[in-house]
Design a protein around this ligand. Structure first.
Ligand code: GLY
Ligand code: MN
Length: 457
């Protein structure tokens, strides 16, 4: 945990911004995988972690701005809990650790809120993403609120704090990035024909867990890189395949790393793989080059998309004017996802609070296929931490669909594209901090170019 002052200062800033009402924070509970006592690894809610730092299940909190009160609600462990899971500090000790002297039992939050509502206080709550939060809200408010009833001033205030990473947060993120880089370097070193994808996934997860934290998201290690989020690890890899690895570590304090790499199963890429790989790297480097305060990330996405179109033109797969193709959305055949996202206590930072607030500062997102998946579009500012992860994907079902619809025939040579239908997908991903003058890569460098990757094979 950070010092008490960090959490006190964060809460003071939040109170000042929202200015009135009562802020409700629901921590996470243990969650059974297949029966109650066999739980998923516990992960505290990230906003709760940010303002209260306590990585324990069963807590909730209130910041009553109108009455200048901060309260942690929770129950002491019973002897049965202690026998099963070990002991913990008392609720009082936990709360004092973060500068909150006032604690009450878990159940007391109900009467506190009922009194506040009876007095006409505004109850600010955040969007929910777990069933237990919905049930709790229903119980506390007396009805199940619709998602749009979550408090926009509360969301915006939280986003406006968490989007700007402090020096101590950047240190934590960089720790996560270093472990994440080790995971990718290990994958590049160990991959051999005849292994299963799960051999690689297991070795990477070993590194993350051995470093004292966990994973920031479920590992992707797949020979089917054309599927953007493929968590199947049952294939045996063979000469000529490429393994796409997208994996990240989370520190014990909950900060994320997130990197991707694409590795030839043979010692070297084939020349066809190298052609496409080089296009992806050129797109990646163009994006990194453009990172600086003031540039809208939407523009960085346009730049990197244009490099992909130019590359596809050089292979004879696309044709026509690259700017027009990108504006029309034809590039999304190969790049149907975003270029990157904010990263912090969540791998996609604060996605539960709404991409429009986190990544677009309240402006509407595009609804065009491809562009609509860009999680970040706003002007970049110092303190933002984000990923750069363009990809080039050949998705047989998408090729068939668009070809059948004769979509973008002015930009796509479908006959040539047919010959790449079995290609798979390529993605490389790094994490960057926006600085006052430009950007800085976070964590150790992982091999990016084909030469750099092949040197580890
Ligand atoms: N690396 C996981 C993701 O960005 O979705
Ligand atoms: Mn990512």
């Amino acid at each position: 945990m950070f010092t008490k002052e960090t959490y006190m200062n964060r809460r003071a800033q939040l109170k000042k911004t929202v200015a009135s009402g009562l802020l409700l924070f629901l921590g996470n509970d243990e969650c059974g995988m297949n029966y109650e006592d066999n739980t998923y690894p516990f992960r505290q809610d990230s906003t709760f972690l940010y303002f209260f730092g306590l990585p324990y299940a069963g807590l909730s909190a209130i910041i009553d701005i109108d009455n200048d009160k901060e309260i942690i609600f929770g129950d002491e462990l019973t002897i049965d809990h202690i026998v099963w899971m070990g002991t913990q500090p008392t609720i009082k000790e936990k709360s004092e650790r973060i500068g909150i002297p006032c604690t009450q039992s878990a159940k007391s939050i109900e009467s506190y809120l009922k009194n506040a509502m009876a007095k006409g206080q505004k109850i600010h709550f955040l969007p929910t993403y777990r069933a237990e939060h919905k049930l709790k809200l229903m119980n506390l408010l007396g009805y199940l609120p619709k998602p749009e009833e979550a408090s926009v001033p509360f969301i915006r205030a939280v986003v406006n704090q968490r989007n700007y990473k402090s020096a101590e947060e950047i240190l934590e993120i960089e720790k996560a990035c270093d472990v994440t880089a080790d995971m990718h370097i290990k994958a590049m070193q160990m991959l051999r024909p005849g292994m299963r994808e799960s051999d690689v996934a297991g070795a990477l997860e070993d590194i993350a867990l051995s470093a004292g934290g966990g994973l920031s998201f479920p590992t992707i290690a797949t020979i089917n890189g054309q599927t953007l989020h493929n968590h199947y690890h049952g294939n045996v890899v063979k000469e000529g395949d490429m393994l796409l690895v997208d994996a990240g570590a989370e520190t014990a304090m909950g900060y994320a790393g997130d990197m991707s790499s694409t590795i030839p199963v043979s010692k070297k890429f084939t020349s066809r793989q190298k052609d496409v790989y080089d296009i992806q790297v050129a797109s990646h480097l163009a994006a990194v080059e453009a990172l600086r305060p003031g540039i809208p990330f939407k523009e960085v996405y346009e730049l990197s998309s244009k490099v992909i179109v130019e590359g596809m033109k050089s292979l004879g797969i696309m044709k026509g004017d690259a700017d027009e193709a990108v504006q029309a959305g034809a590039h999304a055949m190969f790049f149907p996802c975003g270029l990157g996202h904010m990263m912090g206590l969540d791998v996609h930072d604060m996605e539960n609070l709404g991409e429009v607030y986190v990544g677009y500062d309240g402006e509407p997102k595009s609804t065009q296929f491809g562009r609509k998946s860009l999680r970040l579009g706003r002007k970049l500012e110092p303190g933002f931490v984000l990923t750069i992860e363009p990809g080039v994907y050949f998705i047989p079902e998408l090729i068939d669909l668009w070809k059948g619809e004769k979509k973008f025939t002015e930009f796509i040579n479908y006959d040539k594209l047919e010959t790449y239908k079995d290609f798979g997908g390529i993605r490389n991903e790094e994490d960057y901090l926006i600085t006052e003058s430009g950007s800085r890569r976070l964590g150790k460098k992982i091999p990016l170019t084909t030469d750099e990757v092949e040197a580890l094979r």
